[in-house]
Ligand binder design. Structure first.
Ligand SMILES: Nc1nc2c(ncn2[C@@H]2O[C@H](COP(=O)(O)OP(=O)(O)OP(=O)(O)O)[C@@H](O)[C@H]2O)c(=O)[nH]1
Ligand SMILES: [Mg+2]
Length: 249
């Protein structure tokens, strides 16, 4: 398989795509949307309602939840599957979440109303074109809703990752991506705060077919759980160690 990192709209695929007619195209019935949730009562209702509206209530929704507020009750009222986990950080929750569903296409999101669930059909289309990972690129449209410090940090993470991988990537810490389930099961995931970067970097390093898809990004509803400096240092360390491991493997 060849890696095709680039922006979907500008990217001309020449090889690696699986013919839809050979496999049958995936629909929203094949889709699971998963997320970690930590005290997201302010946003969870909106996020799950958006998923239901866009997928006609047909996508499976899985939360790995560590909340002390009403997040799990609100999610269960809407028919989502809630897996309880003590608070252990972003990656511990999201790893459990991506490995939980049986459906062949798994989409991650944050549960803070920042990501556009309207983009789900486009992400599914890109998987049907043959991509293994479709990664939402928040920086393409400027990410004005992102704090300037985070925007700068994300541009730096993308630049460093691009050099280390030898492939141009634009947003390595995005929380919204679609994955083929087999890829999620095939790779061993090791990072916690840096898991979102790892979920992009290992597939790119292993020559899976990866594409970045420009997405909009809204201001967060509710309180952030991430300290930008501690979080940034942890993500930086993850990028270096994951790229090193992939390099020596
Ligand atoms: N289960 C669980 N979920 C978590 C934990 N930490 C963060 N999350 C969830 O993971 C997702 C991402 O966390 P965010 O706080 O949005 O982190 P971020 O997107 O980097 O930062 P901002 O959105 O700018 O605040 C959200 O849905 C959180 O609720 C945790 O320890 N356990
Ligand atoms: Mg977030």
């Amino acid at each position: 398989m060849s890696t095709q990192v680039g922006h979907g709209r500008n990217d001309e695929r020449t090889n690696g795509a699986t013919d839809e007619e050979e496999t049958g195209a995936y629909t929203v019935d094949d889709l699971a949307v998963v997320m970690g949730t930590y005290n997201e009562a302010e946003a969870v209702g909106t996020v799950l309602d958006d998923i239901d509206r866009v997928t006609d209530g047909r996508a499976e929704v899985v939360l790995v939840d560590s909340s002390s507020d009403r997040t799990p009750e609100i999610a269960r009222e809407r028919g989502a599957t809630v897996i309880e986990q003590p608070p252990r950080g972003y990656g511990e929750a999201v790893r459990e979440a991506v490995l939980a569903p049986d459906r062949p296409v798994v989409v991650t999101t944050d549960c803070d109303d920042t990501y556009p669930m309207e983009a789900l059909p486009t992400f599914l289309d890109r998987i049907n074109e043959g991509y293994d990972v479709v990664s939402g690129d928040r920086l393409y449209h400027g990410a004005d809703a992102m704090p300037a410090f985070n925007r700068l940090g994300n541009a730096a993470f993308a630049a460093v990752s691009s050099v280390l991988l030898g492939e141009r990537v634009h947003d390595v810490t995005t929380g919204m991506r679609a994955y083929r389930r087999e890829l999620l099961q095939e790779i061993t995931w090791t990072e916690n705060t840096g898991l979102s970067a790892e979920l992009l970097l290992r597939p790119v390093a292993r020559d899976y077919d990866v594409v970045e898809e420009p997405i909009s990004y809204r201001e967060r509803a509710g309180e952030t759980t991430l300290d930008p400096i501690d979080g940034g240092i942890a993500i930086g360390k993850s990028i270096l160690s994951v790229c090193w491991e992939e390099w020596v493997a």
